[in-house]
Design a protein around this ligand. Structure first.
Ligand code: AMP
Ligand code: ZN
Length: 462
């Protein structure tokens, strides 16, 4: 399989360091607010890559950090006048709930920055000992001049770099044009949390957090590191500098970055106010699986423009898959399977996997799935239950990568219908008759009629 490596700006064949295993690090959220669905484009993309690696038979060890101390979290706690940990815990819980809603597979470890301060302090000490860092006014900075590889990831012309230490960056985020020595350790400030260190009390900068935590759980050299494109500079550039100078070896082999979700040609972001949280969309009645479908349906290196129309279309595409699943589950014809079924499955699976192995060509992969659905729908009336069982197993294998059918869809027909009936009952109890009617209509469209009887709700096929 091939991926586009931001570091080399080329498509490269993926070869794990250790056969059959993948060490994967993804930059997690800064927990000062609810993420928006732009952030989730990155997390859903990373989930697609991880699911595809698993589908290909690789064992993945996935680490996603939680940035629970940085400029933004401290500012928010200050504004609210509550302890930092109270603010961050609220958003950590909300983040995990969203991951479940979007069917994102959990990471193996979610290290929190505040639980890894000793590792960060020791990494900074090592950079000071080796002469890659220096102290100034109680803070510690990384000297970019000392690392010849600086700027390689973000493709910065080294000749244009300002003389090191002419000015330093105390902020965690800044533009590529303003490249300078960056902060590793921020000297203690009034009202801010701080920890002891040989080089003075203070707190870590954002970039050192990810170097220390990835190294702790994945070792000094691992396979894949991912994030959104805005992480390339300065965050990932600085992670490379810190890690490679401390360890004297390559940090990461493959860097994959997801393009932005945009709205009217502008990045969806908190600061522009053009964002939707997942909760906003659910409130409007959007299906979270349609949100997931929309977010994965564009190639990860292309901008994706968010509109409610495109969300609607994603929902329609998803409905086609769900209806297909449903029709297959309704087949009970006895008899032997048609040998053609296995042949069509093999060809479609090969095409699906081949497209994804080509730098996650998702349109090709979804195209292979929909071609297969069209062909199978044409054969549907002649299929036996034994064919349907094979096709369903195939569909669920593909769904192990796409993750767009929720748990209910993976169950047998009776269980799916019972679940829907339960949802309808709950909606009726809550006097949400619109939703209750929508569920009845959805089942009707699939040939299932609900009957309200004194013994409760019964169903039959039309
Ligand atoms: P943050 O919490 O700001 O560090 O962002 C979390 C992740 O979301 C990072 O990987 C960002 O690159 C990514 N991200 C932020 N905004 C967008 C967007 N509009 N589209 C896609 N990814 C984004
Ligand atoms: Zn990071």
């Amino acid at each position: 399989m091939k991926f586009y490596n931001t570091l080399t700006r080329r498509l490269e064949e993926f070869r794990p360091i250790e056969k059959g295993k993948v060490g994967l690090y993804t930059c997690g959220p800064t927990v000062y607010d609810y993420p928006h669905i732009g952030n989730y484009r990155s997390y859903v993309f990373e989930d697609l890559v991880k699911r595809f690696l698993l589908f290909a038979g690789l064992r993945v060890h996935h680490v996603m950090n939680i940035t629970d101390i940085d400029d933004k979290t401290i500012r928010k706690a200050g504004e609210l006048g509550v302890p930092l940990a109270e603010v961050t815990q609220k958003y950590i819980d909300a983040f995990h709930a969203d991951l479940r809603t979007l069917n994102i597979l959990p990471a193996d470890v979610y290290p929190r920055a505040t639980a890894h301060i000793p590792e960060m302090v020791s990494l900074i000490s090592s950079l000071l000992d080796k002469g890659f860092a220096y102290e100034k006014d109680g803070s510690v900075y990384f000297s970019i001049e000392r690392f010849p590889g600086y700027g390689r990831l973000a493709n910065i012309e080294r000749g244009n770099l300002k003389p090191a230490a002419a000015a330093t960056h105390d902020a965690d985020e800044y533009e590529k044009e303003a490249v300078q020595d960056f902060v590793l350790w921020k000297g203690k400030k009034p009202g801010e949390p701080y920890w002891p260190a040989a080089f003075g009390e203070g707190r870590p900068g954002w970039h050192i957090e990810c170097s220390a935590m990835s190294m702790k759980y994945l070792g000094p050299h691992f396979d894949i590191h991912m994030g959104g494109v805005d992480n390339i500079f300065p965050h990932h550039e600085n992670e490379i500098a810190q890690s490679e100078c401390a360890n004297g070896m390559t940090f990461v082999n493959y860097w994959l970055h997801c393009q932005h979700l945009i709205v009217d040609n502008k990045k969806m972001s908190k600061s522009l106010g053009n964002f939707h949280t997942l909760a906003d969309l659910l409130q409007r009645g959007c299906d979270p699986m349609a949100v997931r479908y929309l977010l994965i349906s564009a190639h990860y290196r292309k901008l994706l423009n968010f509109t409610f129309d495109s969300l609607e279309m994603a929902g329609q595409a998803l409905a086609r898959i769900k209806n297909f699943d449903f029709s297959l589950k309704s087949i009970h014809n006895p008899g032997e399977a048609d040998p053609e079924t296995a042949g069509l499955i093999a060809a479609a699976e090969k095409a699906f996997a081949g497209h994804l192995a080509d730098d996650l060509n998702i349109s090709g992969a979804l195209g292979a799935l929909f071609d297969f659905i069209t062909k199978t729908n044409q054969r549907m009336t002649n299929l036996k239950q034994k064919d349907a069982v094979q096709v369903l197993a195939f569909l669920h294998r593909l769904n192990s990568v796409l993750g767009v059918l929720d748990a209910a869809e993976e169950k047998p027909l009776d269980a799916v219908i019972e679940e829907k009936i339960g949802e309808r009952e709950a909606a009726r109890k809550a006097k949400n008759f619109k939703k209750a009617d929508a569920i009845r209509a959805e089942l009707k469209a699939r040939g299932i009629v609900l009957m309200d009887t004194p013994d409760g709700v019964k169903w039959k096929k039309e």
